[in-house]
Design a protein around this ligand. Sequence first.
Ligand code: NAP
Length: 276
Amino acid sequence: MSWLQLANKTCIVTGAGSGIGAAVAKALSNAQCHVVMADHNADGMENVLQEIKSSSLDYSSSFHHVVTCDVGNEKQVRDLIQQADSFAETLTCESREESPRVRMLVNCAGITRDNWISKMAEEEWDDVIDVNLKGTYLTCRHFLDQNRVDWLFPKGNDRSVSSGSIVNIGSIVSERGNLGQVNYAASKGGVLGLTRALAKEVAIRNINVNTVIPGFIHSPMSHAVPDHIKERMIHQISVRRFGDPEEVADLVCFLLSPRSSYITGESVTISGMIGL
Ligand code: NAP
C-alpha cells in the first residue's frame, strides 16, 4: 500500500463501525495512515478496532482515535473535528508540511428507511436526509471551517504544500432509482450535487472532493434486503455478484491519496455493472 503515500497522514472516517466505513478504516490502517473513527455505534467501532489490532497485517505504525458521533447533529460533528485535531496534535511530526494533521475525510455513515411513497412517513424521509445528506454537509462544513482551511489549506496551486481530500459515498440508487427508496435516492443525489459544488469552492486550496458510487455491496445494510430481492439484484449486475466492502475501500484510498491529485468533482462508480 506504500505507493498510495498515505503513511503518517490522518483521516476521519464516518460510519467506521460497520461495512464500507470499517473496511476503509482497515485499509487506511494498512497504509500506515492514522484514523479517526466516527460512528453512532460505539460497539461496532470497538469491534473494528479489535479486528485491526488482532490482524496479522502490520498496523503498528497506524494510530486510532474513536469518537461516538451522530453525523446529523451539528454540535457532535463540531466536537468530532475538534477531537480529531487534538488527536493529530499528539502524533509526532517533523515539520508543518509533514505533520499528520487531519486533511482527509471520508463520509460513509448512511441509513435506509425504505417504504413506498404512498406509505412513507415524514420521519422516514427526514431521518434519511438528516444522516445521508445533512450529515455529509455537516462534516464537510466543520472539516472546512474557516480557521481550519486558512491554517491547513492555504490558497494557491503550490503542489509542495500538503493537499486535502474528501470522499463522499453516494449510491447507484440515485443514478438508476430503486423501488421503495425515494428518500434514499434523493439523499444520495444530493450528495452528488454537494460534492460537485464543493469541489469548485475548494479547488484553489488543493482539496479534492469526489463521490464514490457503490452498486450492491455486502454489508449489514444490504444483508437486510430480503433474499428474493437480492436474487433479482444479482441479475442486474454484469459480473453476477455483490461487491465486497474491501473493493470499495481500495477505491476510496486511491481517491484520498496524492496518486489521484488531478481528479476532483468526479463521481466514480464501483458496481460490477457494465453500461449503466
Ligand atoms: P452499514 O454497514 O449499515 O454501515 C453504516 C454505518 O453508519 C453503521 O455503523 C451505522 O450505524 C452508521 N450510522 C448510521 N447512522 C449514523 C449517524 N447518524 N451517525 C453516525 N453513524 C451512523 O452500511 P454500508 O453498506 O457500509 O454503507 C456505507 C455507506 O455506503 C452508506 O452511505 C450507504 O448508503 C452507502 N452504500 C452502501 C451500499 C451497499 O450495498 N451496502 C451501496 C451503495 C451505497 P448503525 O449500524 O448503528 O445504524
